[in-house]
Ligand binder design. Structure first.
Ligand code: TYD
Length: 136
């Protein structure tokens, strides 16, 4: 089973603009306990560089664009996130690196745990060890 998947959310454009809708049980399958959003990046910015031991996330690009590379220790995949109808569901133990932000980029992240419970791993060799232990 993949540690992440792309979700096509509903969008309704009309002459007044666009409404984009992500809904529990359809687009993501967890209760949201925390949201955060990232602003003020530039093309030189690198964010991420970590994984979470226990966390499910739903990631959206609300404006601009950026690259996100996901790595579960076996599979690596890079996505260009844009302000479109595509979102990313990302599970536990996925290393992520975000780069190449446009100056107007806004990333919104919904999370199923509060920050103190998600157990951030910022050391890549610790991440590799945890992936190994999970897969034996
Ligand atoms: P960091 O994890 O470095 O951000 P990124 O995911 O972009 O790499 O977080 C930056 C700071 O914000 C760090 O001091 C921890 C703090 N933080 C919280 O307090 N709560 C949160 O929910 C998050 C995501 C970060």
């Amino acid at each position: 089973m993949s540690s992440w998947n792309i979700v096509e959310i509903s969008s309704f454009p009309d002459e007044r603009g666009n409404i984009h809708i992500a809904e529990y049980d359809k687009d993501f399958d967890f209760n949201v306990k925390r949201i955060y959003y990232l602003t003020g990046m530039s093309e030189k910015t690198s964010r991420g560089g970590h994984a979470h031991v226990e966390l499910n996330q739903f990631m959206l690009c609300l404006a601009g664009s950026f690259d996100i590379e996901l790595n579960d220790g076996i599979l690596k995949q890079k996505f260009r996130m844009k302000n479109d109808s595509k979102a990313l569901c990302v599970g536990s133990l996925v290393w992520r690196d975000m780069t190449n932000f446009t100056a107007d980029a806004v990333m919104l992240v919904l999370n199923d745990r509060v920050y103190s419970e998600d157990r951030v791993v910022r050391c890549y060799s610790t991440f590799e060890k945890l992936v190994y232990e999970k897969n034996v």
